[in-house]
Design a binder for this molecule. Structure first.
Ligand code: DX5
Ligand code: ZN
Length: 221
């Protein structure tokens, strides 16, 4: 079977019990912890920063932490999250004055680098930095909130990016974020995604293991 990764977004977790929530979702079969960082500037919401990432590491979380920066500017946060134990750091090209430099900064700090495309952002911004990304994150909702509905045009973007990645020969993950559920994950995988963020679909479900297993079952078809 293809190597698919499931990355629960802790945005929908119970923040009062975050360490336990992360451990629970990992023991329920999640591969990666998706960590949404919002600054009430780039997006109209405010969440958690590098101290919370470090607290999860100190709590004993060893799984990869996939930091999705929805902040502007990005460079200081890249350095702080790298020190705090992030594994992957992604940012939105609109949020950096110098995208190439910010991508390089992530790798220089020993993390994997990702670029995030909003629903209305075209794929052209990747043309000259394909050799500098380890991951492309396609937003299938407008960033800022969990629990929104999947925007179908993301499927076309995923398919275009799947072709570009395969033709490039680079080892690049294609991640999708927003509105992913048990019901649509198979179609999204067919479009070309191989890493799936799901927040509300997992954390609002009564049984994390059952939901993640149902997603894997869909992916194995
Ligand atoms: C939105 C965040 C997502 C969000 C996904 O800005 O980047 O990671 O938490 O939540 P769901 O899966 O509920 O759409
Ligand atoms: Zn996210």
């Amino acid at each position: 079977m293809k190597d698919f990764l499931i990355a629960p977004s802790i945005l929908s977790a119970d923040f009062a019990r975050l360490g336990d929530e992360v451990n629970n979702v990992l023991s329920a079969g999640a591969d990666v912890v998706h960590f949404d960082v919002m600054d009430n500037h780039y997006v109209p919401n405010l969440t958690i920063g590098p101290m919370v990432c470090k607290a999860l590491r100190d709590f004993g979380v060893t799984a990869p932490i996939d930091v999705h920066l929805m902040v502007s500017p990005v460079d200081q946060m890249i350095q702080d999250f790298a020190k705090a134990g992030a594994s992957i750091i992604s940012f939105h090209p609109e949020a950096s004055q110098h995208v190439d430099r910010s991508l390089q900064l992530i790798r220089d700090q020993g993390c994997q680098a990702g670029l995030v495309l909003n629903p209305a952002t075209g794929i052209e911004c990747l043309e000259y930095v394909l050799d500098k990304v380890d991951l492309i994150l396609v937003m299938s909702v407008n960033p800022g909130f969990g629990g929104q509905k999947f925007i179908p045009s993301a499927l076309k973007k995923l398919a275009q990016l799947r072709n570009i990645i395969d033709e490039s020969g680079y080892d690049i993950r294609l991640e999708v974020d927003g509105g992913v559920t048990v019901d649509n994950i198979a179609e999204i995988a067919r479009a070309g995604a191989d890493m799936f963020v799901a927040g509300s679909a997992i954390f609002n479900s009564p049984d994390y293991r059952a939901t993640i297993s149902a997603m894997r079952e869909q992916l194995s078809r």
